[in-house]
Write a protein that binds this ligand. Structure first.
Ligand SMILES: Cc1cc2nc3c(=O)[nH]c(=O)nc-3n(C[C@H](O)[C@H](O)[C@H](O)COP(=O)(O)OP(=O)(O)OC[C@H]3O[C@@H](n4cnc5c(N)ncnc54)[C@H](O)[C@@H]3O)c2cc1C
Length: 344
């Protein structure tokens, strides 16, 4: 049984890039063909835009493709239904009770579902209920996230550049139907400064801040047309959390969340769910927490390192200087963040 609280299709704050390393799980779920038919063009090069620097990895390879969350999430939900899952949507898991065998999930409408195994794949936004992540209070370093689609964007074909700008980072990628997705995170204090400088709504100020500070973004988005409106959310909650607890398994962001600077969160959510499914089927679910750590912990730590480099001035300066001399390091960064083939 699949319980989902929002109605689909729905947009989401997300860059929407899916690594090629995720394709085996999409194939196993029966959505690879639909994904291929709908997703944007192949991303063949990673890059970095910071200040006036516009850097691109020299090598071309298949890193993956991007697809709007309104399409991808609906495809995955429909594949679950076709595979026999009963879908309750919209419905929210509001409580969880341990039984002698298994669990009872209490829904917001009072219904109770008993299950031998519970998989919490509910992201990291819950602030109440059984899967709540405690609010850590406000800090200047809190990261707020924004996302929008643009048309007529002048991004070199196949290039997915990371945007590193004062107090934040983001990314541009061509996704489905000729659209380009711009997504980014910005520190609370940098957002306040951007709003004071540029005025307008938060998203307008963030876009103005990115365009003012990043030449590559200006060139790509100078004549682009915003489609619909910006979405905003936050603060995001990067970090490694529990993966298994008394018969409840955690996959995706609730188990561990990478800074979106590496654009790997959806892939890690899909891959960790695929890993858990394989282990449950094989009767080896007790190995999940350890196996999860060996596959995802390094990616989350690497993302934190890249995020901090991207957000502060000295890091951007050193990073750009290093990448100018050795642009191949962009490929290395992409590999270490998980864009190389998964461990068997
Ligand atoms: C700015 C930004 C850019 C990003 N760009 C990328 C990118 O390009 N590529 C990438 O791979 N990742 C990217 N990410 C990360 C990615 O969006 C997340 O890591 C990913 O969505 C996590 O998936 P998830 O399934 O764990 O959680 P979610 O996508 O948050 O899904 C959780 C689902 O559970 C439902 N839910 C929650 N609580 C309950 C409940 N109690 N009962 C029932 N349903 C519930 C929610 O409605 C939701 O549909 C980005 C993130 C940000 C902020």
């Amino acid at each position: 049984m699949l319980v989902e609280k929002s109605r689909f299709p729905r947009r989401k704050v997300c860059g929407e890039f899916i690594s090629a390393t995720t394709m085996p799980v999409l194939e196993a779920c029966g959505v690879a063909q639909a994904f291929d038919a709908a997703a944007g063009p192949m991303v063949t090069r990673v890059g970095a835009y910071s200040g006036d620097a516009m850097l691109a990895a020299p090598a071309h390879r298949n890193w993956g493709r991007a697809l709007g969350r309104e399409h991808l999430d609906t495809m995955l939900r429909d594949a679950a239904m076709e595979a026999g899952a009963v879908v309750l949507q919209p419905a929210e898991v509001a409580g969880l009770r341990r039984l002698a065998q298994g669990h009872s999930c209490v829904l917001d409408d009072g219904r109770e579902i008993t299950a031998a195994s519970v998989i919490a794949a509910c992201g990291s936004w819950n602030t109440k209920g059984p899967f709540a992540i405690p609010d850590a209070g406000q800090a200047a370093s809190d990261l707020f996230a924004f996302k929008a689609h643009f048309r007529s964007c002048a991004l070199p074909p196949g290039l997915m550049p990371l945007l590193a700008f004062p107090g934040g980072y983001g990314g541009l990628v061509q996704c489905d139907d000729g659209r380009t997705s711009l997504s980014c995170c910005i520190r609370r204090d940098a957002l306040a400064r951007a709003r004071a400088r540029h005025g307008g709504k938060a998203a307008d100020a963030v876009l103005a801040h990115i365009l003012e500070s990043t030449k590559g973004a200006r060139m790509a988005l100078g004549n682009a047309v915003l489609e619909g409106s910006f979405l905003a959310t936050g603060p995001i909650r990067p970090g490694i959390r529990k993966r298994q607890d008394d018969g409840v398994f955690f996959t995706g962001n609730i188990a561990g969340e990478a800074h979106p600077v590496i654009a790997e969160g959806i892939s890690m959510a899909i891959q960790s769910s695929g890993l858990l499914a394989q282990l449950l089927i094989a009767g080896r679910a007790e190995e999940y927490a350890t196996e999860w750590k060996s596959r995802f912990a390094l990616r989350i730590r690497a993302a934190a390192f890249f995020a901090h480099l991207a957000m502060n001035g000295a890091g951007r300066f050193a990073g750009s200087a290093l990448l100018r001399t050795a642009p191949g390091l962009l490929d290395f960064g992409a590999r270490i963040s998980g864009k190389a083939p998964m461990a068997a």
